[in-house]
Structure formats: structure tokens, C-alpha cells
Design a protein around this ligand. Structure first.
Ligand SMILES: *Cc1c(COP(=O)(O)O)cnc(C)c1O
Length: 234
């Protein structure tokens, strides 16, 4: 096994253990392999180890990888945009990605819907919630969720699949769990209202266990699969 295949197996084992501990079926939790800053050759290794869902933070880098694999005729990959999205980049996301996790205003949602090519299925979107109320401007407050969701579900080019959050680092498991539970409660309420909602994107390397115990259905892991990122090259 190469390193990446080995790392993937370890991360999957951790997800299995976390799910088992809290009495959930491991199939309920999707692993998103975050490949930002990593070369296509690293993605190939994960693909060959059976992995299909990849997350990218930077629009142009993600599109370059998607086109690379499309040109090679590789099928079955699923690409998730998980970075902050500016309006002037929305077209690239709408035209190339399968999912966007970072919808946090109607303007972005409307643009993604209008710009989604008619021959593709609707773009799967998650509404990003700023659950830790940080300085970070990404994500809406939970109080704004109902109003935004009601508008997003009306847009024909996108499909509301659920919620995403990047909680601030918390000192303890209990704090991580408390934040994750707030997200899970909002997610459960949304699910009751909209049948398309089935995804809670929550949990990274440091808070994966708490997120899974709280009800996450998708964890986003980069470093533990692909190794440390080197930003000096860019
Ligand atoms: C980079 C990133 C991850 C993965 O982080 P690691 O620490 O490498 O596991 C997950 N989610 C988001 C939104 C990210 O930007």
C-alpha cells in the first residue's frame, strides 16, 4: 500500500470506530478527502484506493484538477468546493463542481443557480453556518437560516442538501460536541421541512469524533490523508 492508501484506510477505520462508539452506521458518514494544494498524482493514489469524493478550497486549482481528470476520461469522481466563494468566481464553481459547501448569501446562491449549465444536474449546495460566531465573515447566523433556506430551495439550478460549518477550535470534546449538536439540531429541523436535505458537513481531523457523535454525515479530512500542505510553493 502507498502512503495515501494507508492513510485513507486509517481515517476510514477512525470513522468506523467513532460511528460504532455512538451507535451509528458507518455508511451514514461520508469521508471527503480534502486535496487542496496537492497535485493530481496524489488524487490519483486516493482514487486508485477506491476514494471518490474530493474537496477543494481554491476555485482555479480545483477546476484545473477537475479538467485534468475529465480530459483523461476518468469517471465517477465527485468534486466539492469547500472554500470561501466570491461572486466573480461563482461561474467556475457552477460549471465544474458537483457540490458547493459555502453558500452563505442569496446572491451567491442565485448566481450558482443561473450559471449552472442546463445539461448538468442541479449543483448540490450546503448553507454555511458561522456556528462559533467568529470574526470570520464566512457563514450565516443560525437565526438567518430559515429565511435563506426558503429562498435557496426555490432556485432551479441548485439543490439544497444541507448545512456546513467550520467551528472554531474548541478546548475540549464537550465543547466540540456542544457546537456540533447546535448544528445537528438545525440540520434535523431543516430535514423535516425539505426532503432534499440529507447532508451535514461537519468535522475535521481534530473534532471528527464529536461531530460524528452529534450527527455529522460528512467529515472533511486533508492532512491525515495527503500529508502536510506546503503553501510556500504557491
Ligand atoms: C483544509 C480544510 C479541511 C481539511 O483540513 P485538514 O486539517 O488538512 O484535515 C477541511 N475543511 C475545510 C473547509 C478546509 O478548508
Amino acid at each position: 500500500m502507498n502512503d495515501i492508501a494507508h492513510n485513507l484506510a486509517q481515517v476510514r477505520a477512525k470513522i468506523l470506530a467513532a460511528a460504532t462508539t455512538c451507535g451509528r452506521a458507518p455508511e451514514e458518514i461520508t469521508l471527503l478527502a480534502v486535496s487542496k494544494t496537492k497535485p493530481a498524482s496524489a488524487v490519483v493514489q486516493a482514487f486508485e484506493a477506491g476514494h471518490r469524493a474530493f474537496g477543494e478550497n481554491y476555485v482555479q486549482e480545483g477546476v484545473d484538477k477537475i479538467l485534468h481528470f475529465r480530459q483523461q476520461g476518468v469517471e465517477g469522481m465527485q468534486w466539492h468546493f469547500i472554500g470561501p466563494l466570491q461572486s466573480n468566481k461563482s461561474r467556475l464553481v457552477a460549471e465544474h463542481f458537483d457540490w458547493c459547501h459555502t453558500v452563505d448569501r442569496l446572491k451567491i446562491a442565485s448566481r450558482l443557480s443561473e450559471q449552472r449549465p442546463a445539461e448538468l444536474p442541479p449543483l448540490n449546495v450546503l448553507i454555511q453556518v458561522n456556528i462559533s460566531d467568529e470574526q470570520s465573515k464566512s457563514g450565516i447566523d443560525l437565526a438567518e437560516l430559515d429565511a435563506l433556506a426558503a429562498q435557496v430551495v426555490e432556485l432551479p439550478g441548485i439543490c439544497l442538501r444541507g448545512l456546513m460549518a467550520i467551528p472554531a477550535p474548541a478546548a475540549s470534546y464537550d465543547q466540540q460536541f456542544a457546537l456540533a449538536r447546535q448544528m445537528a439540531v438545525a440540520f434535523d429541523a431543516l430535514k423535516v421541512r425539505y426532503p432534499s436535505v440529507d447532508t451535514l458537513s461537519l468535522g475535521m481531523s481534530d473534532d471528527m469524533e464529536a461531530a460524528i457523535a452529534a450527527g455529522s454525515t460528512m467529515v472533511r479530512i486533508g492532512t491525515a490523508i495527503f500529508g502536510a500542505r506546503d503553501y510556500t510553493k504557491n
